[in-house]
Design a protein around this ligand. Sequence first.
Ligand code: 6PG
Length: 243
Amino acid sequence: MKLKIYKNVDDLIKDLADRISEVSKESIQARGQFNFVLSGGSSPKKLYELLASESYRNKIDWEKIYFFFGDERFVPADDSQRNSLMVKEALFEPLKIKNSNIFEVDTSGSPEESAQKYWNSITSHFQGKLVEFDLNLLGLGDNSHTASLFPNTSVLNETEATIKSVFVDEVDQYRITMTAPLINQSRHIAFLVFGEAKAKAVFHILEDSSGSVTEYPARLITEDENKVQWFLDEKAASLLKHK
Ligand SMILES: O=C(O)[C@H](O)[C@@H](O)[C@H](O)[C@H](O)COP(=O)(O)O
């Protein structure tokens, strides 16, 4: 996998924004649209704000971008824990993205119904063809989870490329998440990871082979270097021996 380590986070975020702009142009040129999977959590907020800023607003053909969520907390739409709420404030509202371009998780039913409904909305967008997102943006938890693929959860065994609901004891919450096979079907995957707290997880995923994938779920994400790019700052990469 491709790895780039940055002294400061602002340079990292800018390079990642440029990469997103580049992949969006390639995708729109090739297929008329850019299917972009967003990550939640706190790390990507500055990236979303940069993409919505003057410097990127006119670089990207926003009308042709369709937004999806790699995972979502199973809470009401207006709950402050929602990933979609953070993205709405940082990206969708400033750019006036049309609702028809945003695929949010509807959590009004049961977790299973929400997962099925989300998957149905995605497969119909892809007109029944292979669900191949153009870019899947992922974060990494300090426990090596990504999306909502948490350690020792049943969803790690999923072999189907789909959307599943899973109860995560660690956060005492249901989550709706893309399975690893669905993430791995993406054309491009970018990990955005910075800060000291992530150093151990980065080591366990990128260099350490001890332990199991159930302990370190981000290992489920393909290592295909034509697909995966890691954007790390020096703090998150501090335990790596081979940089
Ligand atoms: O729903 C979520 O929280 C995210 O999708 C999750 O996978 C996130 O990327 C990691 O937990 C890292 O989160 P931070 O960026 O807040 O450290």
